[in-house]
Design a binder for this molecule. Structure first.
Ligand SMILES: Nc1ncnc2c1ncn2[C@@H]1O[C@H](COP(=O)(O)OP(=O)(O)O)[C@@H](O)[C@H]1O
Ligand SMILES: [Mg+2]
Length: 235
């Protein structure tokens, strides 16, 4: 299972928006995807509860999830939505279980400052240092005509990390959040610009998936038999 950690130290950075639309994208691509929501606010979980039955299925992984149901679903992808202040023990554990970490950042100086510190912490993690876990930057709510969007882009460039995409500022995202939809569940005519903006994420994830398949996998019992609780191991 390819595991994507979505993290940023600031509330309102776009983590749940990225999580839900990414899960919707994978489901629309006929992938089996599970969301693990670690935020007490439960935005992604509540979004899933509002999601109409007719839309491509996305599974929720919580403490109460019946593991036999999870095994039967056999997810290919897990997207982990996190809370704002992800402290070291949790961060280290989650990074050890993830393939990539996506860091959404708002075009705001406060968010940029907080993210700069967070990226330093990520860099110190052994899984990031070894190159096993890749970091991808995502601009949230960006309007390319604004000065702050340009400052965000130059912050990204200075970081030297891969810039995966810029999500445009659009009313479609709060609307999707309200209705349990992702942009991939709406009529194409309404979301053409958004789908174009998200396409680089599809490409980046394909590359990361190929990279993870090239990495030598240790043959552990855990990979075959998931533990009865906690994060499901990365296959
Ligand atoms: N690209 C966007 N355009 C417009 N509104 C957005 C966009 N991304 C997020 N939002 C809105 O910003 C708010 C915060 O986003 P959210 O994903 O909940 O952040 P986080 O999970 O990091 O706290 C939400 O109300 C969400 O609907
Ligand atoms: Mg959230």
């Amino acid at each position: 299972m390819f595991t994507i950690l979505v993290a940023n130290p600031k509330g309102g950075a776009g983590k749940s928006t990225l999580t839900t639309n990414l899960a919707g994208m994978l489901a629309a691509l006929k992938q089996r995807v599970v969301i693990m929501d670690l935020d007490k606010q439960q935005s992604a979980t509540n979004w899933l509860a509002r999601r109409p039955e007719a839309l491509p299925k996305i599974m929720s992984l919580t403490e109460d999830t019946d593991l036999s149901e999870l095994r039967a679903f056999s997810p290919q992808w897990m997207v982990i939505d996190t809370h704002a202040r992800l402290r070291r023990p949790d961060r280290t554990y989650l990074l050890s279980r993830s393939n990539v970490v996506l860091v959404p950042v708002n075009p705001s100086v406060f968010d940029i400052e907080a993210t700069a510190k967070f990226l330093l912490k990520l860099h110190q993690d052994p899984n990031v240092q070894s190159g096993r876990v890749s970091i991808g930057l995502v601009g949230s709510r960006t309007d390319s005509r604004t000065r702050m969007a340009q400052e965000l882009a130059s912050f990204f460039q200075r970081s030297g990390l891969p810039v995966v995409m810029f999500v445009p500022d659009s009313v479609v995202y709060p609307q999707c959040a309200r209705d349990g939809f992702s942009i991939y569940d709406l009529p194409r005519a309404r979301t053409e610009q958004q789908l174009d903006a998200w396409q680089p994420l599809v490409v980046w994830l394909r590359e990361q998936l190929a990279k993870s398949r090239q990495q030598v996998k240790p043959a552990t019992d855990e990979a075959v038999n998931p533990p009865e609780h906690g994060v499901v191991p990365v296959a």
